[in-house]
Design a protein around this ligand. Structure first.
Ligand code: S3P
Length: 172
């Protein structure tokens, strides 16, 4: 049953772009969980947070995890907070191999600096880098449960994808 490839990790580590690249290399379907949530809800994630709050967003996220984890042979990019929920983590683990992408907090800060895209960080006041470090520390125990962790800082997307394919003997 372990057929999906699931990318987890903090905001800005490259889950979506690497997921797309990996899926196209393997000739598999790709699901970006955030995109699915936005599509199903008919609104953007910042709008969902603003209108209904984070708790409601997490419910939508949970429903999306339930649905995608029943699918097979796909690549899934999760949101940065998806695996904070134990049930989400278990469902995803049962459906495939979990790969955690990591990078330095300063790099995450640079990549997520634009306001209005990531409500979890926008709410943290002016000390955005501190918010990132605090959330990283809180989430470490969840990210650590991945089958494999890759620090993406010094590697090209293609190198990372090739590394994942070699590690798990994945091919088209
Ligand atoms: C979140 C990460 C976002 C998105 C939402 C909440 C988080 O996804 O799911 O804004 O709590 O870390 P990305 O990791 O794709 O930015």
């Amino acid at each position: 049953m372990k057929e999906n490839v699931i990318l987890i990790g903090f905001m800005g580590v490259g889950k979506t772009s690497l997921g797309k690249l990996l899926a196209s290399k393997l000739g598999r379907g790709f699901v970006d969980l955030d995109e699915k949530i936005e599509h199903d809800a008919g609104m953007s994630i910042p709008q969902i947070f603003e209108t209904y709050g984070e708790k409601y967003f997490r419910e939508l996220e949970k429903n999306a995890v339930k649905e995608v984890s029943t699918r097979r042979n796909i690549v899934i990019a999760t949101g940065g907070g998806t695996v904070k929920d134990e049930e989400n983590l278990q469902l995803l683990k049962n459906s495939g191999v979990i790969i955690c992408l990591t990078t330095e907090p300063e790099e995450i800060y640079r990549r997520t600096a634009r306001q209005g895209e990531r409500p979890v960080l926008d709410g943290g006041g002016s000390e955005r880098l501190e918010t990132i470090k605090k959330l990283l520390a809180e989430r470490e125990k969840f990210y650590k449960q991945a089958d494999y962790q890759i620090d993406t800082t010094d590697w090209s997307p293609l190198q990372i994808v090739n590394n994942i394919c070699e590690k798990f003997k994945l091919q088209r």
